[in-house]
Structures are given as structure tokens and as C-alpha cells.
Design a binder for this molecule. Structure first.
Ligand code: BV8
Ligand code: ZN
Length: 232
């Protein structure tokens, strides 16, 4: 079982949540913008922020960390062994790298949902032509992401629990392990007897709890690990 965060996309040029926001977004705290309250208060600004991130993601390519995880997933599948990749990222770079059945714990910024009729559509064109986006029913459309204070998708939670039940080895990669419920997964896996490993550039609240804590870049450590273990 692997859980990833913004650190896995950092080497693809996508700012993490810790990196201070640039330019006109510098004065905002991401945690304030990523809330239903902020969207209700100012749907134009929140939509412009997500469109700014979409433009960054649209120009980004999967990096060696994404590719190593895609290879692992394929290898385990060929061996009929369980491999579950869960991500907090909304950029779909894991899928672009070839990973299949990625569990998007916090949704994606490529699908937008009407706040009135609930209809969802994929929106890949960047930039948007209007802020906020309007649905045919006239409702404002929002990104199909999980905002702070909102519940995670049922199927994502179910997939997480199933994987936590059965995993022998748990990886936490490129995440500061602060945002719940994902931040508690390593602890739960450990309590269930799984071996746990962390790959992260900085120490996190779970570093001391993990059996192995590898400090450094995911784009260097992961390919090295796969090479060492599988000799590819
Ligand atoms: C919920 C989508 C039920 C939107 C996101 C219990 C205690 C306290 C608080 C809570 C709690 N339970 C719930 C809460 C509230 C809240 C929460 O956890 N708050 C935190 C701040 C304490 N959780 C929620 O609201 C969740 N919903 O629980 O509903 C409920 C509701 C209300 C009250 C109770 C229960 C929903 C959370 C999801 C929010 N949506 N994203 C969007 O993207 O716009 S969260 C978003 O922020 C990301 O998805 C991610 O989860 C988080 C950022 O964390 P990371 O991805 O780890 O990124 P970060 O920048 O922090 O760290 C990057 C790391 O990578 C760093 O450590 C760095 O060193 C490292 N790194 C950098 N480069 C590299 C690298 N590592 C390796 N290689 C590199 N190259
Ligand atoms: Zn609608």
C-alpha cells in the first residue's frame, strides 16, 4: 500500500502545499482557499486559483518517482500480488505515468461539478473562459476535489480501509502527514502488523514511527529502490 502527497509531484514542477504561493496567490493560505466557505464567499477567486494550478499541471510531466510507482503497480499485477496506490494529489500525474486504479483520496482538479444539479464533466482545456464556470442549469461549477471540512469519497475510504486491512508493507511518500484521515494511515497499518516505510525530503510526524524513514527526493530514492530490489 502506497500513499503519496505533493512531494511526489514537486520534481514535476508543481508547487507543494508547503511551498509559499507565488505571485498574486502569495497572500493566500491554500487551506483557506480549499474550503466550501471560500467558494461560497468568492467563487471567482477560488476558480482562478484552481485554474492557475490546472495550468501548472497541464504543463507538467510525470517524474521518475511516478514512473517507478507505475512500474511497481504493473509488476505486482503481473505477479497477482496486491498493490494499492492512494494519492492526496489532484493532478493525475500518477495516471499519466501509467498507474492504474489510483485511489484519489482528495479528488481531482480535472473534473468539475455543478453545485446546483451535481452534474460532473471533465475539463481539460486551460485556461478557463469564465470564472466561475457556469452549468447549463445556471449553477456555479466547482472542482471535484475534497475541500477541508468535507468528507472523502466513500469508495476512496473503502479502498483505503481494505488496503489497510491486508497490506504487509506500507509506504508514505512525499507527504507531510498532517492532513487527516490520510495522516493516520501509517499508524493504522503499523497497528495491523504491517512494515512501514517513509520517503520524504523532510522529517514528518510519522518519521519516528516508521520502520524505515528514507530522507531525500522521491525521484531519486524510488527508482533506486526498485532497481536494487527488482534488478531492473
Ligand atoms: C474530513 C484537495 C470529516 C483540495 C486537500 C482530526 C484532527 C484535526 C483535524 C482534522 C481531523 N479530522 C479532520 C480534520 C480536518 C482536516 C485536517 O486534517 N486538517 C489538518 C490541517 C489538521 N481534514 C479534513 O477536513 C478532511 N475531511 O476529515 O472530513 C471531518 C470534517 C470536519 C471535521 C472532522 C472530520 C479533508 C481533507 C482534504 C482536504 N483537501 N486537497 C486541493 O488540493 O485543493 S488536502 C491537501 O493538503 C492535499 O491533498 C494534501 O492532503 C495536503 C497537503 O499535504 P501534502 O500533500 O503532504 O503536501 P505538503 O506540501 O504539506 O508536504 C509535502 C511534503 O513533501 C513535505 O514534507 C516535503 O518535505 C516533501 N517533499 C517535497 N519535495 C519532495 C518531497 N519529498 C520527496 N521528494 C521530493 N522531491
Ligand atoms: Zn447544473
Amino acid at each position: 500500500m502506497v500513499v503519496t502527497g505533493a512531494g511526489v509531484s514537486a520534481e514535476s514542477g508543481i508547487p507543494t502545499f508547503r511551498d509559499p504561493l507565488e505571485g498574486l496567490w502569495a497572500k493566500y493560505d491554500p487551506r483557506e482557499l480549499a474550503t466550501p466557505e471560500a467558494f461560497a464567499r468568492d467563487p471567482e477567486t477560488v476558480t482562478r486559483w484552481y485554474d492557475w494550478r490546472r495550468q501548472k499541471c497541464a504543463g507538467a510531466k510525470p517524474n521518475p518517482a511516478h514512473l517507478a510507482l507505475a512500474w511497481l503497480g504493473k509488476h505486482f499485477q503481473e505477479q497477482n500480488r496486491c498493490f494499492t496506490l492512494l494519492t492526496q494529489n489532484v493532478d493525475r500525474l500518477h495516471q499519466a505515468a501509467g498507474s492504474r486504479n489510483v485511489v484519489e483520496l482528495h479528488g481531482t482538479l480535472w473534473i468539475w461539478r455543478c453545485t446546483r444539479c451535481g452534474i460532473e464533466h471533465e475539463e481539460r482545456e486551460v485556461p478557463f473562459k469564465e470564472y466561475p464556470l457556469r452549468c447549463a442549469c445556471g449553477g456555479a461549477r466547482r472542482p471535484a476535489v475534497v475541500w477541508f471540512g468535507e468528507l472523502l469519497p466513500d469508495d476512496a475510504i473503502q479502498n483505503a480501509h481494505d488496503a489497510l486491512e491486508s497490506c504487509d508493507l506500507f509506504f508514505s511518500i512525499g507527504t507531510s502527514a498532517v492532513v487527516e484521515p490520510a495522516a493516520s494511515f501509517l499508524h493504522t497499518a503499523r497497528r495491523r502488523g504491517a512494515k512501514t516505510a517513509e520517503i520524504n525530503r523532510e522529517p514528518t510526524p510519522v518519521s519516528r514511527m516508521a520502520d524505515w524513514s528514507l530522507q531525500g527526493s522521491a525521484g531519486e530514492i524510488l527508482p533506486g529502490l526498485v532497481q536494487r530490489v527488482f534488478g531492473i
